[in-house]
Design a protein around this ligand. Structure first.
Ligand code: PLP
Length: 437
């Protein structure tokens, strides 16, 4: 055994020996249903031979080529991306993950505003419950106090607007005016900062694990799109968690009649088979940046040939097996089962999400929405209990928002496995909450 410590800070260290379909297997061969799809990543399931073959082929063909150059696997990815991206997003910048993709998009938005002569537009608005990455800029703009702890004094400041949280809307839970309420907060913030100072607005269409699959009110996104257009602000949609089929549409924003100016992806783009992130933008943006003589610098491993090969094959499988639709159909089944298990549960405030991205919010009191104490550590207890019963759930929350249990299983999961995911979760919640009473 090595003296080296993995991970950097010691904690729970589970050994996974192999994975297939919707399951992980430990060294003893016990199955764990991967209800989290890793970190809400795995879409076509584990252990796909044809993805492994495509990666091996690309590795032999072009082990490494600088990111701006073309290779067969990069061509395959561009071909596979057709039919996924909206027509105006023709420019592709690949990174090695979601953080880098968000960071690149923030810089592209700032560059664009400078390039078109909007030189005072140097601020990007983020939201109060959100996660965009690990770098100083992406961590700063994230509405995730837990992940900023100890860094606060060193982080650059970004203006922040409230994330829609219909369950806890100050007007009342799921109030009919909540969409207008949250959109107006954005307008107010833009006005107080000065619209001439704002370059972009960065947000997830459906809030990821930081909030636990929070779906905004129906009229929120159309109103936000209008506000961004009115003030000349770019809308950057972080689809790292929601993109490429997870929510039952190709992208999360497609649940509403809007389109983003910059679309960001990661996770599901390569289905967990390789590290890859993507920034997709319009020719209008790239041409302005080029004319101004600015650079869109690559990461050495951005768009790595093996990662592009994996993504191309994953996207082909997604289409051949109709997995976006499967996410919608199986998602309905999962939500029905979750509603049945939890809609009257004294310690579950609500079930939420879209498609195969779902979450429950566990609370001390369903009526008052009072949260459990931080010390009670409900999320980690439920996740640990789930693992002991053979299901891996993804713990969510930001510290302030807490006791969120997320599910984002591989889109190939079966109904009987979904039954097990829900039944086990009900047992875990009951067992953990009974120890707190
Ligand atoms: C919405 C969202 N954006 C960005 C990221 C960061 O991506 P990565 O961990 O690949 O750097 C994540 C990761 O969880 C995410 O969920």
């Amino acid at each position: 055994m090595s003296h080296l410590q993995w991970p950097f800070i010691s904690g729970r260290n589970i050994h996974i020996a192999s994975a297939q379909g919707a399951c992980l297997y430990n060294a003893e061969g016990d199955a764990i249903i991967d209800a989290a799809g890793g970190a809400i990543v795995v879409n076509v399931g584990h252990g796909r031979q044809r993805v492994a073959d495509a990666v091996a082929e690309a590795t032999l063909q072009t082990s490494y080529v600088v990111p701006p150059w073309m290779t067969p696997s990069r061509e395959a990815l561009l071909k596979a991306l057709q039919g996924w991206l909206p027509e105006h997003l023709t420019q592709v910048h690949c990174t090695s993950g979601g953080t880098e993709a968000n960071e690149a998009a923030m810089k592209i938005a700032l560059h664009y505003q400078q390039a078109i002569g909007e030189t005072t537009r140097t601020r990007i608005i983020g939201r109060s419950i959100s996660y965009h990455g690990t770098t100083l800029a992406t961590a700063s703009i994230s509405g995730h106090p837990g992940r900023k702890k100890g860094l606060e004094a060193a982080l650059p400041q970004f203006p922040e607007v409230q994330t829609p949280y219909p369950l806890r809307c100050p007007l009342g839970s799921h109030h009919e005016d909540s969409g207008a309420y949250y959109a107006d907060l954005l307008r107010d913030l833009i006005e107080s900062e000065g619209p001439e100072n704002i370059a972009a607005f960065l947000a997830e269409p459906i809030t990821g694990s930081s909030g636990g699959a929070i779906v905004p009110p129906e009229d929120y996104w159309p109103k936000v799109r209008e506000i961004c257009d009115e003030y000349g602000i770019l809308l950057i949609m972080d689809e790292v968690m929601t993109g490429f089929g997870r929510t039952g549409t190709q992208f999360g924003y497609q649940h509403w009649p809007i389109e983003p100016d910059l679309l960001i992806s990661g996770k599901g783009l390569a289905g967990g088979y390789a590290p890859l992130g993507g920034v997709f933008g319009s020719a209008k943006i790239s041409e302005a940046i080029a004319e101004a003589g600015f650079q869109v610098m690559f990461n050495t491993f951005g768009g790595h040939p093996a990662a592009c090969a994996a993504a191309a094959e994953v996207l082909n499988i997604m289409v051949e097996e109709d997995l976006v639709n499967q996410a919608a159909v199986k998602g309905s089944y999962l939500h029905e089962r979750l509603q049945h298990a939890f809609s009257n549960h004294p310690h579950v405030a609500e079930v939420r999400g879209r498609g195969l991205f779902a979450a429950i919010e566990v609370v001390q009191n369903r009526e008052s929405l009072e949260r459990c104490s931080i010390e009670a550590a409900v999320t980690s207890k439920i996740v640990a209990k789930g693992l002991s019963k053979g299901v891996f759930y993804y713990g969510g929350g930001t510290g302030d928002v807490r006791d969120i249990i997320c599910m984002g299983p591989p889109l190939v999961i079966s109904e009987s496995q979904l039954d097990q995911v829900v039944d086990t979760l009900a047992e875990c919640v009951d067992e953990v909450m009974s120890t707190l009473a």
